[in-house]
Design a protein around this ligand. Structure first.
Ligand SMILES: [Zn+2]
Length: 117
């Protein structure tokens, strides 16, 4: 999984997405910003949380798939014909909920005060 970049907002108003651990010399005012000033455990804590979000979506999909296949095998194989409907329901009902949850969390992510070097 790719690590999410950090958005740096320079004092002069310029913004840039920088990968964690990299420096960014602001083009317009020349200040050097260093994302390595962010405590590694805080950043990795956020990565872990994002991974948990992703795993919860995958886990939910696996549970639904297993239940569906088990039902189809033990009850009636014609239930497999419903698979497209189940997948559609998944996309229409679960994914928006999941995306909203991720977005809500992303909005409340911490900000750090970096110091130009
Ligand atoms: Zn600047």
């Amino acid at each position: 999984m790719r690590a999410p970049p950090i958005t740096i907002r320079c004092d002069c108003g310029a913004t840039r997405q920088v990968p964690y651990g990299e420096r960014w010399p602001c083009e317009s005012c020349g200040k050097q910003w260093n994302t390595a000033q962010i405590p590694a455990d805080e950043y990795h804590g956020i990565l872990r949380e994002m991974r948990r979000f992703r795993l919860s979506a995958i886990g939910f999909a696996v549970v639904i798939a297993v239940l569906f296949v088990a039902t189809a095998v033990f009850v009636s194989e014609s239930l497999f014909l419903l698979l497209p409907a189940v997948l559609t329901g998944w996309y229409i009902f679960y994914m928006p909920l999941w995306r909203r949850k991720v977005r809500r969390r992303a909005r409340s992510l911490p900000t750090w005060q970096l110091h130009p070097e």
